[in-house]
Write a new protein. Structure first.
Length: 504
């Protein structure tokens, strides 16, 4: 693939660095909110000395953990295994790495387009990407996870532009193989970019075998694990069944994800008692009418109509449609922001192509209006976070709960509800005295300290009812309760022991 440089390389790099620097500025503010969420730290399940040993594979003579879960590999875990040798787990140490990886993604994305001679496209698409609420907040709180898949997808294409050289072809394949090892949802990305490449790119076929070999190297732990387990990664929800019945709701979810609305209510609480917080962020949000939708999705629609003359239009549209089709057909998957967001930065490319097709003055006006609308949505997310805090799954009460556990290392803990154990495991550096779920019938139920969510916020309510019935059958009573509140004073967790019912 031929490239050209319309600007001096130094100037191009400075432009890319400027866009990359916007991500830490937009995503790195007030990392204390929201609290650590379970999906954000699934990578930690193989760190320290896990109670359930992870599946292992042999690579270059070393045995390494292959998978955190059947659908998720240990690429991210390896990064944090090194980091946590030097710093303690916390909101900041868990969140700065994906923020910086998101910044690196933006840099490589911009440089990729510059190397293709698309300097104006690079500026427009990068600006739309760094102001996108889905990108900013998924880089900030990498639940999914998605950031490494963004980075590895873009890095693979960055190597692709040098595909005629076999080391770069190998590197492209390794990046895409690592993406699959990171999480099986990368298959949707591969399907999309494969369809896009066939539709709109010149493929140097002689380099493809080298890239395929690199892909096998990068995905080796994932493939080796699945060969040993009869392809267990393809038997989880979202991969084992196909359906056409979910297309319309997923298309609506994609639209809302593009305009930033889909994240509202899934991270920050959007309502609560009147807040006393009054700062610039809150005042801007109230002045703007507390917007929850940007105009970006409309700009993508315009790009689909106007951008057809651009030389990469067929690639971008085919990749977007094929990637979304793969998600839409996956039963039980492909409907959340961390799934649909894997299509980024394709919507930004298409929107930028539409801007390039407009008259200059109109394009500048449309760009300014869309960017302002995007930034107002980012601002509104922050306004809700600092006024109301994270919702039940993102509560910052996980911090004091973990501190309480660290101060009592001799106790054995049982977590009775979903979404608490994983964050506590990270923040306590892998406390081995913690378990999940109702104890076995033969165990001593009085030996545990139990952790449950406060009434009204329990997720597994049927399990909680069954636990109390089983405890009553054993003639055990719930003892005195210790309550853990979040930073807003809301009771969030309850800690208690069981004691024999002396009245019976």
């Amino acid at each position: 693939m031929e490239t050209r440089a319309d600007q001096p390389v130094v100037k191009q790099r400075l432009i890319a660095l400027a866009f990359a620097a916007a991500i830490p500025l937009l995503a790195g503010w007030r990392l204390d909110q929201p609290g650590i969420q379970a999906d954000e730290v699934l990578f930690s399940s193989v760190l320290w000395e896990p109670v359930v040993p992870p599946p292992m594979v042999r690579v270059l003579g070393f045995r390494i953990p292959a998978m955190c879960f059947p659908y998720m590999g240990t690429v991210k875990s390896a990064l944090y295994a090194v980091l946590f040798r030097f710093v303690d787990p916390s909101n900041e140490s868990a969140r700065w790495p994906p923020i910086l990886l998101g910044a690196l993604t933006v840099y490589l994305f911009c440089r990729l387009l510059q190397r293709l001679g698309e300097d104006r496209l690079a500026v427009l698409a990068s600006a739309l990407l760094v102001c996108d609420a889905t990108f900013v907040f998924k880089a900030r709180c990498d639940s999914g996870p998605v950031v490494l898949q963004w980075l590895l997808c873009v890095a693979g294409f960055y190597c692709w532009v040098r595909f005629r050289s076999w080391p770069w072809a190998l590197a492209a394949g390794v990046c895409w193989g690592l993406g699959l090892w990171d999480k099986i949802t990368f298959l949707w990305v591969l399907f999309g970019i494969g369809a896009g490449a066939l539709a709109g790119l010149r493929i140097p076929w002689r380099a493809v075998p080298v890239a395929a070999f690199g892909f096998l190297l990068g995905a080796y732990p994932f493939l080796a694990h699945n060969v040993k387990t009869n392809w267990s990664s393809f038997r989880v929800e979202g991969t084992r069944e196909l359906t056409a019945s979910e297309f319309r709701p997923k298309a609506e979810a994609l639209w809302y994800t593009m305009n930033g609305r889909q994240l509202f209510g899934s991270m920050a609480m959007i309502d609560g008692p009147p807040s006393q917080v009054d700062n610039t962020v809150v005042r801007i949000g109230k002045f703007a009418g507390e917007p929850t939708s940007s105009l970006f999705a409309w700009l993508v629609a315009i790009g689909l109509v106007l951008g057809w003359r651009h030389r990469y239009y067929r690639f971008a549209v085919a990749a977007l449609l094929a990637g979304f089709a793969a998600m839409a057909l996956a039963a039980g998957g492909g409907n959340a922001p961390h799934h649909l967001g894997l299509l980024w930065p394709l919507p930004q490319l298409i929107a930028a192509m539409g801007l390039l097709a407009m008259p200059s003055l109109l394009a500048r006006g449309a760009m300014a209006v869309v960017l302002i609308s995007q930034l107002l949505v980012v601002n509104q997310h922050y306004s809700f976070l600092i006024r109301f805090g994270g919702d039940m799954a993102w509560t910052d009460a996980i911090g004091p709960l973990s501190e309480r556990i660290r101060k009592d290392p001799s106790a054995s803990y049982r977590f009775l509800d979903w979404g608490v154990y994983d964050a506590a495991y990270l923040l306590t550096r892998g406390n081995r005295a913690m378990r999940v779920g109702i104890p076995d019938d033969a165990e001593d139920w009085t030996a545990y300290v139990y952790v449950q969510r406060a009434e009204g916020s329990i997720v597994l309510s049927d399990d909680w009812k069954r636990f109390r019935e089983m405890a009553a059958a054993k003639r055990l009573l719930i003892g005195e309760k210790e309550r853990i509140a979040d930073s807003f004073g809301r009771p969030t967790f309850v800690i208690f022991r069981l004691a024999p019912n002396s009245a019976q």
